[in-house]
Ligand binder design. Structure first.
Ligand code: PLP
Length: 359
């Protein structure tokens, strides 16, 4: 099988798996302690959590703290809901945000969608209303890879007296994390395990906890998992060490993939883009049929969450595609462990299956 869905999730790095194994904690071991217990086993587990926290924090700018969560959706909910009583009520978010931001904004009410151009760049000329208290702009988009560039948004949020929330799920460990007030990340998008994420909170910023019952993480309740967090920490360290090498590898894959899919239309920007993401279309393509005919190639019809819903992607629509164009798009996600051989083989299969459809 060829895995080309790196925006949905990434394989676990061997280094992350090794870091986790010791902390899975069987009865014969001394590593199953609750990291919140005061005895020696608890303190050992807590030390592992703190060592991982430092590795994860090392990729952020100074001046903030890491709050562990179950995933990025929870981190985003904590940021948006937890700040609600402490800021102005209005929420402005870019039209290509993940459902975690969109749906939470819809639930909280008083929201405004910031339009994006054909490349997926949010319009920084868009006026924020006076009651905007939170601006959410993602660093790298999960469907079309747009790299947003956050400087204008930091400026606009500051002028408006609003907090800037950045969904850095697809950028963390790949490009440098830019400053903001609140930054959400997820372990499983950066070669760590599923089931753990984090919210980076700028120092001095207080939030209301959304999960109560002990507040082990200060802002969040629940026993932390040393194994998941150790894996996340190892993955973060590896991402930091390999950032340039990973980017260079992806550049080579991207260049070859563009040649192999040259008669497809690229959705979004070619340049202001994370090159692990190739979102392309052929008008009239039946994507469900294509996916079922390429059984050995794992790629996506859009975002993992939206695909299967039958609804055209809000991201592709936001950059100006028609419903039909959005529905005839595929997303090929490449990453650290993708090889040139795999891209060649996958392209052959996908192009042959498209030809079967007369395209
Ligand atoms: N934000 C973006 C951009 C994503 O791609 C995802 C995952 O698909 C999420 C948020 C949610 O992450 P998690 O699976 O950790 O809840």
């Amino acid at each position: 099988m060829i895995y080309l869905d790196y925006q949905a999730t990434t394989p676990l790095a061997a280094e992350a798996r090794d870091a986790m194994l010791r902390w899975l904690g069987g009865a014969e071991s001394d590593t199953f302690g609750n990291p919140h217990s005061p005895h020696r086993m608890g303190r050992m587990a807590a030390a592992t959590v703190e060592a991982a926290r430092e590795k994860i924090a090392a990729l952020f700018p100074p001046g903030g703290r890491i709050v562990f969560t179950g995933n990025a959706c929870e981190a985003i909910n904590l940021a948006m809901r937890g700040s609600a009583s402490r800021r102005k009520p209005g929420i402005a978010f870019s039209a290509i945000e993940h459902a975690a931001v969109r749906d939470t904004a819809f639930a909280l009410g008083n929201w405004h969608e910031i339009p994006v151009d054909a490349k997926g760049k949010a319009d920084s000329g868009d006026a924020l209303s006076e009651d905007t208290g939170l601006v959410a702009v993602m660093a790298v988009n999960n469907e079309i890879g747009t790299i947003q560039g956050l400087a204008p948004w930091r400026e606009k949020a500051r002028e408006a007296g609003a907090l800037l929330l950045v969904d850095a799920v697809q950028s963390y460990g790949k490009i440098h994390v830019e400053e903001a007030d609140l930054i959400a990340i997820s372990s499983h998008k950066v070669y760590g395990p599923k089931g753990v994420g984090a919210l980076w909170v700028r120092d001095g910023l207080e939030l209301d906890p959304q999960v109560t019952g002990g507040l082990q993480e200060g802002l969040r309740s629940g026993t932390l998992s040393p194994a998941l967090i150790a894996g996340f920490g190892a993955a973060a360290q590896l991402a930091q060490e390999r950032m340039e090498a990973d980017a260079a590898h992806l550049e080579a894959l991207w260049t070859r993939a563009r040649e192999l899919f040259e008669d497809w239309t690229l959705n979004g920007s070619a340049d202001a883009r994370w090159h692990g993401n190739l979102n392309i279309r052929k008008d009239g393509l039946d994507v469900a049929r294509l996916i079922s005919e390429c059984r050995d190639v794992m790629f996506s019809a859009g975002s993992a969450c939206a695909s299967g819903s039958g609804r055209p992607s809000h991201v592709l629509k936001a950059i100006g595609l028609t419903d039909a164009q959005a529905k005839s798009s595929i997303r090929i996600g490449m990453g650290r462990y993708t090889t040139l051989d795999e891209i060649e083989t996958a392209a052959k299969a996908i192009n042959a299956a498209a030809k079967e459809q007369g395209l």
